[in-house]
Design a protein around this ligand. Structure first.
Ligand SMILES: O=C(O)CC1=CCC(=O)O1
Length: 253
């Protein structure tokens, strides 16, 4: 698997991996990189079928998406890293913290869920995208991703609508199937990585109740709810998210 990535920041600094959501790519993190790269090597990558990472035929599993991260860390010689993920990226992070705890230092979960059923909804979405392409997802997705004023702003429509339309149809569908099959709940309580959970108060896709469920299950997890923010809270509230991430990844425990 050839995973597209970008590494920014001082040589030898601790590594923070940034993992994107369904339908976006590594530029989802444009507002985080300058702030984080002052203290960390920031390793942002494209989930399979997104951005510059090719989409293999699906369905995918979270084990495969997590395996892509482990293979990338191996290739770069990174033994252990902090990890932040938005939505599907957060699911990938939970899978890693559950199944490869020795590789994950601290975990930040942004606008995500450990149980985003029903599976049939994701299988239906995968079928629609295989038939009509990711372009068909642009109109319904932007109002989920951003609060109303932002969802209609020309630069936001151009950047995020463009990202989604450019995602590989099969890759997007395969990732939907990874969400349909995810099974994170039973092992959430086994996560030992210090965990920050961030929710968007106006996020209808992964509502704050889903963040509360994760924070209640992971020992010692800290929960923060941002407003106004919908699903892509790191893009809508970059300063607040940067502050929270820097605090989480640097404070002494
Ligand atoms: O439906 C959406 O676009 C929101 C979403 C669910 C999982 C993910 O990564 O994004």
């Amino acid at each position: 698997m050839n995973v597209n990535y970008e590494l920014t920041g001082p040589d030898g600094a601790p590594v923070v991996v940034l993992s994107n959501s369904l339908g976006t790519d590594l530029s989802l993190w444009d507002e985080q990189v300058p702030a984080l790269a002052r203290e960390f090597q920031v390793l942002r990558y494209d989930q399979r079928g997104h951005g510059g990472t090719a989409g293999k035929p699906g369905p995918y599993t979270l084990k495969q998406l997590g395996g892509d991260v482990l293979a990338l860390l191996d290739t770069l010689g990174v033994r252990r890293a902090h990890f932040a993920g938005v939505s599907l990226g957060g699911m990938t992070g939970m899978w890693l913290a559950e199944h490869a705890p020795e590789r994950i230092d601290r975990l930040a979960l942004i606008c995500t869920s450990a149980d985003l059923g029903p599976a049939s909804m994701w299988q239906d979405r995968a079928a629609v995208v295989r038939e009509k392409g990711t372009q068909a997802m642009v109109e319904p997705s932007l109002p989920r991703w951003f609060t109303p004023a932002l969802a209609e702003r020309a630069d936001v429509v151009e950047k995020f609508g463009g990202m989604l339309a450019a995602a590989d149809d099969e890759g997007y569908a395969g990732c939907c199937e990874a969400i349909a099959g995810m099974d994170l709940l039973p092992k959430l309580g086994e996560i030992t990585a210090p965990t920050l959970v961030i929710a968007g108060a106006e996020d209808a896709a992964t509502p704050p109740a889903h963040a509360e469920q994760i924070a209640a299950a992971v020992a010692g997890a800290r929960l923060e709810v941002l407003s106004p923010a919908a699903h892509l809270a790191n893009a809508e509230q970059p300063e607040a998210v940067n502050r929270l991430l820097l605090d989480h990844f640097t404070r002494s425990l």
